[in-house]
Design a protein around this ligand. Structure first.
Ligand code: DMJ
Length: 464
């Protein structure tokens, strides 16, 4: 059994626990007509309902299929399942005071989750989802078995770094043998390790994790152009760029996020400098105004020439990153641009042309980035405006994505009703449900003044 959660439950009755999760911190700067506690309870009720469905129909599998009630795996299509959704959910359950659910998740994980698997796994996704989830789960419960699992898993990822001639990791590693494959990679997949590896390294007293993660990020930084831009594709064996397209969106996005994160968590001055250099370059060369609205375009990394007007939904995270780093004017402007898209379509399209708003992809994979930025701006200035945008996001998601057995991605946002697809990505459990809850609830279990959430929404600092 999970000692950490048991101890937590012993200290509090259920009612104390419930009261303790709500209405503790005055998060709004001024009074508001909105009943935020009711909004928070609605989020919590949806989480508890979705969790019950996952337990009944997909427990231990990576993901529930919310339309049919089946299950599917994310990492290894033919199994084994790694209980991804429950690893993703750990700290969200804790923050919501869903302690019995948390206890059952920890119990399954500690009994069943083992990583001695003779198969290749994607290093980036494994880190942000599984290593990060186990670490924040450990912080929430104090159950050292979760830390041990994170340690074992991250150790199995390490050959992706140590076998690379440049220090930038291979994309896939065999968990049992340490064999590596796929040398053509992307900044996000190369540089999204510092918060998890640094946190783990501190906990187990091993600096090799942080050092490998930082060296990987440096690999991209050192290859920047004279404009301080990097393209989005590279061969990590030769160190040669394989594209000229610089973007703050995918597949580069969390590279920038983690430079800031590494600085914030560990006070590493190099990471701060690299982040500031790249942010100045993005604001100078990629920021574009159309009708007064701010967007971030793709440009040639050496000339700065505009390449296209595509805006990926995933780029919405950048408003939050700008806010965290203190660029509030740009952060506000960029999130307001996204608010216009939300008002127009209810659910953000995966991709569109920012001049015309024409769809490039009319799907939405149950994306959290808009809610992520709403929460980041709300934490920064406590304005109800941002959490109201987040509340609308939540209500729209409820109206369009709620399926018989959980929350579903949208296959087509242009149909009425919107066409759902039979999939619920793991990040749904880690990201938007947590962002809504934190914005609306004022839970005592979170430090609203000093915290760090990873790119996958894992709280690596600030759980109380
Ligand atoms: C999440 O897995 C992470 O936020 C990642 O960095 C990119 N976006 C997805 C969800 O859209």
């Amino acid at each position: 059994m999970n000692k950490g959660v048991k101890l937590t439950l012993k200290r509090r009755t259920f009612l104390q626990s419930l009261a303790g999760t709500l209405a503790a911190v005055p998060v709004a700067a001024k009074p508001s007509a909105m009943d935020w506690q009711a909004a928070a309870e609605s989020v919590r009720a949806e989480m508890a309902w979705a969790w019950r469905n996952y337990v009944e129909r997909a427990f231990g599998h990576d993901q529930i299929k919310p339309v049919s009630g089946g299950a599917e795996e994310f990492f290894f299509p033919n199994g084994p399942g790694l209980g991804l959704s429950m690893v993703e959910a750990l700290d969200t359950l804790y923050l919501m005071g869903l302690d019995a659910e948390l206890e059952s998740a920890v119990s399954w994980i500690t009994r069943n989750l083992r990583f001695d698997i003779d198969d290749y796994i994607q290093v980036f996704e494994t880190n942000i989802r599984m290593v990060g989830g186990l670490l924040s789960g450990w912080m929430a419960t104090k159950d050292k078995r979760l830390l041990d699992l994170a340690h074992d898993l991250a150790t199995r990822l390490m050959p992706a770094f140590t076998k690379s001639p440049t220090g930038m990791p291979y994309r896939f590693v065999n968990l049992r043998t340490g064999a590596v494959r796929d040398p053509v990679s992307f900044p996000a997949e190369i540089g999204s390790y510092i918060p998890e590896f640094g946190t783990l390294g501190k906990a187990v007293g091993d600096t090799r994790f942080f050092d490998a993660a930082k060296a990987a990020s440096k690999g991209c930084f050192d290859r920047r152009s004279k404009l301080d831009l990097i393209p989005d594709t590279i061969d990590i064996e030769t160190g040669q760029w394989k594209s000229r397209r610089a973007t703050i969106g995918p597949p580069s996005d969390s590279y920038y996020e983690y430079l800031w994160g590494g600085w914030f968590l560990f006070g590493d001055g190099d990471l701060k400098k690299w982040f500031e250099i790249f942010t100045a370059a993005a604001l100078q060369h990629q920021a574009v105004r159309v009708g007064g609205r701010l967007w971030f375009a793709q440009v040639d990394y050496e000339t700065g020439e505009l390449r296209d007007h595509h805006q990926s939904e995933l780029a919405a995270f950048y408003a939050g990153l700008l806010a965290k780093a203190g660029h509030m004017a740009h952060a506000r402007d960029y999130l307001e641009s996204w608010a216009v898209v939300q008002a127009k379509y209810r659910v953000l399209p995966e991709g569109f042309d920012f001049r015309t708003f024409a769809f490039e992809r009319a799907t939405n994979e149950l994306r959290p980035e808009f809610a992520d930025s709403c929460s980041a701006l709300f934490f920064a200035d406590r304005s109800d405006h941002w959490r109201e945008l987040g509340r609308v996001h939540f209500e729209n998601m409820k109206a369009t994505s709620r399926a018989p057995y959980g929350y579903a991605s949208i296959a087509d946002i242009t149909t009425g009703p919107m066409k759902q697809s039979d999939s619920c990505p793991g990040y749904w459990w880690a990201e938007q449900m947590k962002y809504y809850w934190l914005m609306f609830s004022g839970t005592k279990r979170f430090d609203y003044d000093r915290h760090y959430l990873s790119t996958e929404g894992k709280v690596l600092l600030g759980l109380k």
